[in-house]
Design a protein. Structure first.
Length: 527
């Protein structure tokens, strides 16, 4: 046992008299990923104040410490909405993919891997939140941790150690396992009360008619081949440069190795990232105005977002979907624009910032199965299946089904997809297969989409691009005053991964783990 140190021996940043230094220390240890032996919690951590002289169980102290961090984050308004907190399990967060396992028959090793994956989501979210805390909130959080006896423990070690302690407690409790399966569900991104107040049963009918009109207009646009598409400005092309020796020929091996150590069949993120350039599309943008220039999100001095068009970027994230019990890998690519210009005073769709998201779902033999795309608002969801993905027939009714404006051939190893983007609206207007990169393509390094959760704000300060609700502040559109009866929160605004509702009529989410399975029958060949 290490002796408790007197208050005078507590490092100056933890005593709160130098908040900036404390904040730098807190962020530094998080970024370094320092993990100390968790035995320090029971022995070397500073003792709680004398007013609470009765020792509390370690698990209880951990819960109180995590609650204190949550309070500081909530009061500062820097919560991260990418994953959903699991009620009753403060060391876990879930997403729609992981939630899809909660009703599956899992053996003990699979169950532990499932819990560990949710632990990682929580740790990633908390690291983002703590890094984005302002100085005063950091000081309050450190004081709360000191009150629980964790003054001498690095925050990264606190998160790791407390999660392990609470996990082992809950794994030993069969009732806790049952509660976790129920609690790991992720709420959908629709406000049901708006649908009730907005008489959704009636108002969805004209909205469905509007969706059909948009689909008919889109089909007419896609009927024109890429080579015959009109060009209003200058075609600017962007793609990812090959950043590693990975190639389509190696994809099956890379994918097999990426999930070799997973009892759930989940591919390791690092291996998938290595394949990002192999499957990246060529974004072909018809640039007419500054609003059509691809750039990188940044924050101004007041934390309002904008786009630095001198630094074009393609952001990459890895994801997964499920098909008949098998896990399939996905690669997701996003480009950002300064905004969608308004066509007039009554344009409800224009506003600040715009984004186009492109996703490829792969077979485990490395061949693309289906592509789909949305805008950063979750709007304009289009699917482009290959011959290995047959669309399922739409059921009767008016709810939105998978909209397929075009199909694609099988994509050969030396081919990639060209995605034409219209000026102003940034609608995807054509897709085609090309060999290599077209002439004049700007080759960019892949940017990690997670970096948008911690953007520089000032010296030694960061903030997320997204608000605690997952919405990008300042990107609201006028359509929210008209479309609200459909229940989508802030329709038209840009939003964070995991928060993309993609249907006005019905309920659908871009990250739904069964989305591909619901809409397509896939070729059953396996590597």
């Amino acid at each position: 046992m290490c002796p408790a140190r007197p208050a005078s021996a507590i490092p100056r940043p933890l005593r709160g008299d130098r908040a900036g230094e404390g904040r730098r220390r807190l962020r530094a240890v998080l970024r370094a990923g320092c993990v100390l032996a968790f035995a320090a919690l029971a022995g070397c951590a500073a003792v709680p104040p004398e007013r609470d002289a009765t020792p509390r169980p370690l698990a209880e102290r951990c819960e109180r410490a995590l609650a204190a961090l949550d309070d500081a984050v909530a009061q500062a308004g820097v919560g991260d909405a990418e994953a959903s907190r699991v009620t009753g399990f403060p060391y876990l967060r879930s997403n729609r993919f992981l939630a899809s396992f909660r009703d599956a028959p899992l053996d003990d090793a699979q169950y532990r891997e499932w819990v560990d994956a949710m632990m990682r989501l929580d740790r990633e979210g908390r690291i983002v939140e703590i890094a984005n805390l302002p100085a005063d909130a950091t000081r309050a959080a450190l004081a709360a941790l000191r009150a629980e006896g964790f003054a001498d423990l690095a925050p990264a070690a606190l998160l790791e150690g407390c999660a392990m302690t609470l996990r082992e407690r809950d794994l030993a409790d069969e009732n806790a396992r049952d509660r976790l399966r129920a609690a790991a569900a992720v709420p959908d991104d629709y406000d049901t009360w708006k649908r009730i107040v907005g008489l959704y049963a009636v108002t969805r009918i004209p909205f469905a008619a509007g969706v059909r009109r948009w689909q008919d207009e889109t089909l007419a646009v896609f009927a024109v081949p890429l080579a015959a598409q009109p060009v209003a400005g200058t075609l600017m092309r962007y793609a990812l440069a090959e950043g590693s020796p990975s190639a389509r020929a190696d994809a099956a091996r890379v994918l097999a190795e990426a999930r070799a150590d997973s009892r759930l069949g989940i591919h390791g993120a690092r291996a998938l990232q290595a394949l990002a350039a192999v499957y990246a599309p060529v974004f072909e943008v018809d640039e007419v105005s500054a609003a059509d220039r691809v750039g990188r999100p940044a924050l101004d001095a007041s934390a309002m977002p904008g786009i630095e068009t001198t630094k074009p970027a393609i952001f990459v994230r890895v994801a997964h979907t499920r098909y008949q019990g098998e896990v399939l890998p996905q690669l997701v690519y996003t480009i950002w624009f300064p905004g969608r210009p308004k066509s007039g005073a009554f344009d409800l769709l224009g506003g600040k910032l715009d984004a186009v998201i492109w996703r490829v779902t792969l077979a485990n033999d490395g061949e693309p199965l289906v592509f789909d795309t949305i805008h950063g608002c979750g709007c304009y969801h289009l699917f482009f299946p290959t011959p290995r993905a047959t669309p399922r027939p739409a059921p009767d009714g008016i709810e939105e089904w998978a909209f397929v404006p075009a199909t694609l051939p099988r994509v050969a190893r030396d081919e990639r997809i060209v995605v034409r983007i219209a000026p102003g609206t940034h609608y995807v207007s054509a897709v085609a297969v090309a060999r290599g990169h077209p002439p004049g393509t700007k080759l960019l390094g892949a940017s990690d989409e997670d970096s948008l959760r911690r953007l520089p704000l000032a010296p030694d300060a960061t903030r997320s691009l997204y608000g605690p609700d997952g919405i990008v502040p300042g990107t609201q559109r006028g359509e929210r005053y008209v479309f609200w009866p459909m229940g989508v929160p802030d329709p038209g605004a840009m939003r964070q991964w995991g928060r993309h509702a993609t249907a006005f009529v019905g309920r659908r989410h871009f990250d739904d783990a069964h989305l591909v399975e619901r809409y397509f029958m896939l070729d059953d060949r396996r590597p």
